[in-house]
Design a binder for this molecule. Structure first.
Ligand code: C5P
Length: 205
């Protein structure tokens, strides 16, 4: 059983994907981390994230890098969004994601194009979304708790910029698969969002 969980930044898709993996006893891959790793490596090597050759050269990173907490920073998220528009980068990361998705027994993957590109055959496709205000507020509280110096308007602006880049790129844009179930988490707390997702997957039986 493959469960595809797509959606924009701070929609709650990561939390939901982890909870679904636990609930259904499946392995989970946060595919955003792959793009974040590429973005981080380009910057570390002094490359230009907007240059396809520089970005492609950074795709050969070890799996151990995926555990680096620095991948979670907003700065690395921005770099990830920039390298992710390159066709060569998406191709280079495709096999890694595809191999995970097709593990015997199934898997949960979350990202932007799991239901449309990586695993269009997934049994359950969820598209998790929420208003920019709700997402900015969540990200703000999360970052404040981590001690980061941030402001709500700056976070909202960053989210808008990233959404726009992810939605408007020509390859694998952020759009729900035609058969995806859309869950808007703007007015849901964490437990209610998880419950809605579990029920949605159960209904695909
Ligand atoms: O989900 P996360 O915020 O970690 O993703 C970082 C960036 O990586 C996204 O803004 C998006 O541009 C890119 N990404 C992607 N396809 C995926 C997962 C992430 O293009 N499947």
């Amino acid at each position: 059983m493959i469960i595809a969980v797509d959606g924009p930044t701070a929609s709650g898709k990561g939390t939901i994907a982890r909870a679904l993996a636990r609930h259904f006893g499946l392995p989970h891959l946060d595919t955003g981390l792959l793009y974040r790793a590429v973005g981080q490596q380009v910057a570390r090597h002094g490359g230009n994230p907007d240059d396809p050759a520089d970005a492609l050269a950074a795709c050969n990173f070890p799996d151990s890098l995926l555990a680096d907490p620095a991948l979670r920073s907003e700065e690395t998220g921005g770099l990830a969004s920039r390298v992710s528009i390159h066709h060569a980068v998406r191709q280079a990361l495709y096999e890694r994601q595809r191999a995970f998705a097709t593990r015997p027994g199934g898997a949960v993957l979350d990202g932007r194009d799991i239901g449309t590109v990586i695993a269009p055959e997934a049994r359950a496709k969820l598209f998790i979304t929420a208003s920019v205000d709700a997402r900015a507020q969540r990200r703000f509280l999360e970052m404040q708790a981590r001690g980061a110096e941030v402001t709500l308007p700056a976070i909202a602006e960053d989210l808008r910029r990233r959404d726009e880049r992810d939605r408007n790129r020509t390859e694998a844009p952020l759009i729900p698969a035609s058969d995806a179930l859309i869950i808007d988490t703007s007015a849901l707390d964490k437990d209610a969002a998880i419950q809605a997702a579990i029920e949605a997957v159960e209904e695909t039986d």
